[in-house]
Write a protein that binds this ligand. Sequence first.
Ligand code: F6R
Length: 629
Amino acid sequence: MCGIFGYISKKEQVNIWSVLEKGLRHLEYRGYDSTGVAIFDADIKGVEIVKSVGSVDELKAEIENGQYNLLGNIGIGHTRWATNEEPILENCHPHFSKDYVVVGVYNGTVNNHVDIRAKLESEKYSFYSNSDTELIINLIDFFYNKYKDQQTAIRKTLLSINGSVALGVVFKDSMDKIWFAKKESSLIIALNENNEEAYLSSDTLALTEEGLLVYPLRTNEFGYITADNLKIFNLDDKDVTADRQPFSLANSKTSSGKGKFQHFLLKEIEEQPKAIRSTINKYVYNKDIHLGIPNSLLVNLDNLYFVGSGSSFNASLVGEYLANRFFHYINTKSIIASEFIFKADQLRKDKSLVIFLSQSGETQDTLVALEYCKLLGIPTLAIVNVKTSRLATEADYVLFTQAFPELSMATTKAYTCQLILLYLLGIKVKYLKLLQKREVALEFANSILEQYIQIIRQLPKYMEDIIKDQTDIQKLAAELTDKKNLLLVGGTEFPTCAEGALKLKEICGIYAEALPIGELKHGSLGLIDSDMYVILISTQSNNTHEISGAAEIKIRGGKLISILSKIDANKILESTSDYIFNIPNLKEGSQFSQPLATVYLQLLAYYIAVHKGINPDKPRNLARSVVVE
Ligand code: F6R
């Protein structure tokens, strides 16, 4: 699970490293435990390979301290999240065959690596690493040697791999092109309008230059780029370049730098009001919600399933918890994507919709679940942030979160935008169901719709207010810095607690557990003493569980940090809490307060990490798009 990047220029003696560095920095969200580049100079038919354990910063330090030739006309680079082989120098990409005949980078999985290794060993190949990619590069070398043709070598290799593939390769014999191959893993080609430069990338995010035309690739395609041209072939060797419609990347990004912020994470947390506002504006206009899903499908739903991983699963839980008020008489269920296969047989097919939530749209567990649903013939809806992702292209219906790129490892703005889209879906379904009931007048249904839309439209402003003053959350973070464990409890806010716990685990290395508050008394109270801090979220007027849970915590000496909406029912909690963070009273839309509570928890995790000296953009052991099962 990694990011790959390639660049080719018509000009010679270009500073290739500076182009690769910029591209790879945008791909570090896919992994950052080792990095490497290969820079080719066609003039002297030479290649310079530099690798480093660690992120692009470590590679840059290596380059600055060494004597490397960074000038040339082609470069390929790689940033890695180790899955099978350790993140040591030998396993870093780019990999190369004997005499550097073939040099390449790879993102994907090779399920049949044992067979490929055995085949190559029988042909007298030997290897310097444990990397599957080294095997693949040598397999290309083997086919090239055998057929004396680069196209055949790449095609035969793609055919030989059982797994997923995003490959970028340069042959020593032709340093005027980068060959590529794609099967499942994401890979994008871009040509500059001036016909002087071309790029290869795991994600459009890394394509920051002006005037680029992007050519989407389909699975099981391969080909090459030169500085001014592109060829795409399918597995039958048919040239399919002509049926590809390029698109321009203009307007698809926000600024990609950190700006005034020390970390992307804080920048992205603070970008949330803008992101949710633009998500609302995309789908709410003319006093209605326009989701592009047929009303006939929504109004007749009997079963609604939500599927996601990590934070996107926590958003799925939010969807499930909307059932009582918004998905009346619909059987709702959220399913962790990696568990989908164990639960799929229970799914009802008729009058059903499966909603897949994902920031990247490339999470393998989620894609496997999508494929299974397609086999079952159940309609699918993707809620996704990346337009070119597989999830976006393969689901029957798509809603795009308008979060724009997230460069920090942990998701923030894509998550809260997912919640907004779930709310809009809930409101729309409720409205259609009201209309379906003959006794409800159109005016009444319209007034309910209008009321909810108004509340949703206020959320960005409320979020701005929370973000404006971070003093108290910073103080609390300083106090919690040394804590090893934290509990988060809530009623309908349980999914937000789960998201907060995930943020504390992944960014701060704190073991945090989320519990439905009523469950506290069934065992976990045993954890409470004067050392234990518990975060409680309460936003509903029906809060008896919250009140008794808070009392159970307090009488055992626990510290209570409360995120409370300003409603009368929370007065008792205000008096028992040690710390209080407020969210406004959203009245009929009280369930829409989750994005606001989430922002407090994101900020808390951010500041704890900073106090602990952790880089919150790159916490240990993690990568953003998990493209392995
Ligand atoms: C948490 C986080 C992960 C992702 C998960 C799914 O901050 O980023 O838990 O939410 O890996 O990724 P997507 O949403 O891209 O499918």
